[in-house]
Design a protein around this ligand. Structure first.
Ligand code: ZN
Ligand code: ZN
Ligand code: ZN
Ligand code: ZN
Length: 315
């Protein structure tokens, strides 16, 4: 649709008028032969109904439309037009080719986005500001976010369910492999690879611990204490095939020669700082896994790892 003629300061020439809408040409295009010019939107719309020039009925299609000559464009761009917001008090008179940039900045545009200054800080169209209610807007926003959180929670619980199922399948697979390994050496290899990977993954998932008082080490934990630590190991996801072995290695009778007596322990004390120690969650106890302590002397580590329980001093 063209621009209304009465918005212009002086009456535009006849050749600048669109024969279809009778407004001043907007983004004009012309017919190929007769060179009649129309607003781009007007003539495209027209051609969807009949494939002829509206002035002289020459046959045309929308592919054949072409830009109007530069002289016509220049004439158009120099016309002075009032602002779209003149009824809202804008008195600006601008050249037609400056109209769109003026509209972006026009202070009288009722839809100009403004920041609410009553506290919510949301951006609202200027004319909606008088009915704007911060609390209502924010409540809507909160509701939208609650809905979104709800959706995400559903997604998360779906995923958890899937993970549970996959774990169960994996467990079955492992049991299957265990039962097969007796007769099949390759199966034995694969299974031990998988088990090693489990151990490495579990060890990496534990938090690094810092032992501040190595002297607080309990070298002969009683059965109750051992049961408590074992429970914590299981809860931390410790692979089931090493739980018992690790717990055996919680007592000095199983420790390697570098740790086996009070005397050797005191001798080796300055080496302890080099251990990679991982916290058994919630307990004054750490695991020293062989896979993470290959840098230590052989007489200070054990496969698959050691459990060290302390009276205090684990961070
Ligand atoms: Zn038109
Ligand atoms: Zn024509
Ligand atoms: Zn304006
Ligand atoms: Zn507000």
């Amino acid at each position: 649709m063209g621009y209304e003629v009465n918005r212009f300061q002086t009456e535009p020439d006849e050749e600048l008028i669109c024969p279809i809408c009778s407004g001043v040409l907007e983004e004009p295009l012309q017919a190929p032969q007769c060179e009649h010019a129309f607003c781009g939107a007007c003539i495209r719309e027209w051609l969807t109904h009949q494939p002829t020039c509206p002035v002289d009925r020459n046959p045309i299609t929308s592919n054949q439309l072409k830009p109007v000559p530069r002289i016509l464009r220049n004439l158009l761009s120099r016309l002075q037009i009032n602002c779209n917001n003149s009824s809202y008090g804008c008195t600006a008179l601008v050249k037609l080719d400056m109209l769109s940039s003026h509209l972006q900045e026009c202070e009288h545009n009722p839809k100009k986005p403004v920041h609410c200054e009553l506290g919510c800080g949301l951006v609202v169209p200027k004319d909606e500001l008088k009915d704007h209610n911060c609390v209502r807007e924010l409540r809507n926003l909160v509701q939208q976010q609650l809905d979104r959180i709800g959706e995400m929670q559903t997604e998360i619980s779906d995923h958890k369910l899937q993970i549970c199922e996959q774990k169960r399948e994996l467990q079955l697979l492992k049991e299957y492999m265990r039962s097969m390994r007796v007769s099949n050496p390759r199966m034995r290899e694969i299974q031990s690879e998988m088990e090693n990977a489990d151990v490495v993954r579990w060890a990496a998932s534990l938090q690094a611990a810092r032992v501040t008082r190595w002297g607080g080490m309990i070298s002969t934990p009683d059965a109750v204490l051992q049961a408590v630590i074992k429970r914590a190991l299981i809860d931390s996801g410790c692979p089931s095939h090493i739980v018992n072995e690790l717990m055996e290695n919680a007592h000095e009778r199983r420790w390697p020669s570098g740790l086996s007596t009070l005397e050797t322990r005191q001798l080796n004390r300055r080496q302890y700082e080099n251990y990679v120690t991982k916290r058994i969650p919630g307990k004054q106890a750490v695991v020293v896994m062989a896979c993470e302590n290959q840098h230590m002397p052989e007489d200070l580590i054990m496969e698959p790892g050691l459990v060290m329980i302390f009276a205090h001093g684990v961070e």
